[in-house]
Ligand binder design. Structure first.
Ligand code: SAH
Length: 397
């Protein structure tokens, strides 16, 4: 095994925080030969062993730790153990038991950098985003089959971030065959189709499950505006919760078509109360303002505006913009459910942005609840730069 030797002092984040990433600027030299994705032994400048990591020569994140135990082998059995542990963690949480849609592996937070796995019924979708994860594809598939007994596994490794690792996009069946029926899951009483091949990410945003349920509990009798509605997850929960009217906006025609199809899958819901609009949210909110249209409850769940801290400033302006417009469109006593999933914007900064938006909109407002991703999307304590969901439920006077 090749050895990756760090520069003096650069062992601290690994030793003190067990931070899973090693940036190029921390690395002194590589002794021996290692190809992209190979496991290397990581040593401090004084040759103290720190653990084993996946080497990625093209990426600024030069290595990602698999283990901080210098003696632990990274082999098929390693992946079997880590995957079994991740699945068992979810099974141990009563609120997640029996959920047909579930994130099984949440990358660094489950000790598996570059590995995402989402389960939809008996189908698992994996996304491998790092050179190390890509290399261990077979072991990851075997581990998932063993831990879940799933019938089939589809790969959706077409995320842009693979380019930073020198990896090509790749998609297709890794285990079992395409199902004969379209995939659908039940989420808190609502049926939702999941397009694993053509949808965003692995097909669906499971992290918002609890927040969609909360919206359902808040929606009775209210006029709801759901911005960035994707396939209608929030919209359908609002209808199920007795909303008077739900207007959903997304710029993606296919997402809205799927949303309409999802509504049709739920004949118990009052379809006449749903309205769908294909538009740019920034523009649509300005138009509502001009028309004097108001709402009781507004959801803002945009895509990530800041993939990294480098984009934080521009992203902050975009968050400020939509939240400011959202605040202006609320009736007195109205609620704003607002989110960010940008890795480059921390919780504290997000709250500041939302506070600034309320102030500029001339609204007195308070946080009635802090919101986060569901429990199958844990956030590793040592990994604050993760793209985890943060949200605020804010009420205006
Ligand atoms: N709330 C959804 C997930 C939202 S994902 C759920 O619970 O499932 C973000 C969505 O924003 C995507 O569907 C994307 O098509 C849409 N989007 C991105 N930029 C947009 C814009 N400027 N205006 C409207 N929709 C946009």
């Amino acid at each position: 095994m090749a050895q990756l030797i760090l520069l003096p002092g650069k062992e601290r984040s690994a030793l003190k925080q067990r931070h899973p990433w090693l940036f190029a600027g921390s690395v002194g030299r590589l002794e021996g030969r290692a190809r992209p994705g190979d496991t290397v032994e990581v040593l401090a400048d004084n040759l103290r062993p720190l653990g084993r990591a996946a080497y990625s020569p093209q990426s600024q994140i030069r290595a990602r730790f698999w283990t901080f135990d210098p003696e632990e082998s990274v082999d098929d059995a390693f992946f079997k153990r880590r995957i079994a542990a991740a699945v068992a963690r979810r099974q141990a949480l009563p609120e997640l038991r029996g959920q047909p849609g579930l994130r099984l592996i949440h990358a660094e937070s489950d000790g598996l950098p570059g590995v995402i796995a989402d389960q939809y019924g008996d189908t698992v979708v994996v996304q491998l985003t790092s050179a190390g994860a890509d290399k261990w594809r077979k072991a990851i598939v075997a581990g998932l089959v063993k831990a879940t007994g799933c019938a089939r596994i589809y790969e959706r490794s077409d995320s842009d971030v693979r380019g930073l690792e020198g990896l090509e996009p790749t998609t297709g069946w890794l285990h079992g065959e395409a199902p004969s029926m379209p995939l659908a899951i039940d989420e808190n009483g609502v049926r939702l189709a999941v397009d694993i091949a053509g949808g965003h990410k692995t097909g669906f945003y499971l992290d918002q499950r609890d927040n969609r349920a909360l919206l359902g509990q808040l929606a009775a009798g209210k006029e709801v505006l759901n911005c960035f509605s994707y396939t209608g997850g929030f919209s359908l929960q609002a209808l199920a919760g007795g909303a008077a009217h739900v207007l959903s906006i997304d710029s993606s025609g296919p997402a809205l078509a799927q949303a309409r199809a999802n509504l049709a899958l739920n004949p118990q819901l009052p379809a006449a109360r749903a309205e769908w609009q294909e538009a740019d949210v920034f523009q649509a909110l300005r138009d509502f303002r001009k028309d004097g249209r108001l709402f009781d409850l507004i959801v803002l769940d945009p895509p990530k505006f800041a993939p990294s801290a480098a984009h934080a400033e521009r992203a902050a302006r975009a968050y400020k913009d939509i939240n400011l417009l959202g605040f202006r469109l609320l009736r007195p006593g109205g609620l704003l459910m607002t989110y960010s999933c940008s890795g480059g914007i921390g919780l504290e900064l997000f709250q500041k942005i939302v506070a600034g938006a309320a102030h500029d909109a001339g609204r007195d407002a308070r946080i009635v609840r802090r919101l986060a991703g569901a429990a199958d999307h844990p956030v590793a304590l040592n990994f604050p730069e993760g793209e985890y969901l943060k949200g605020l439920l804010v009420q205006v006077d």
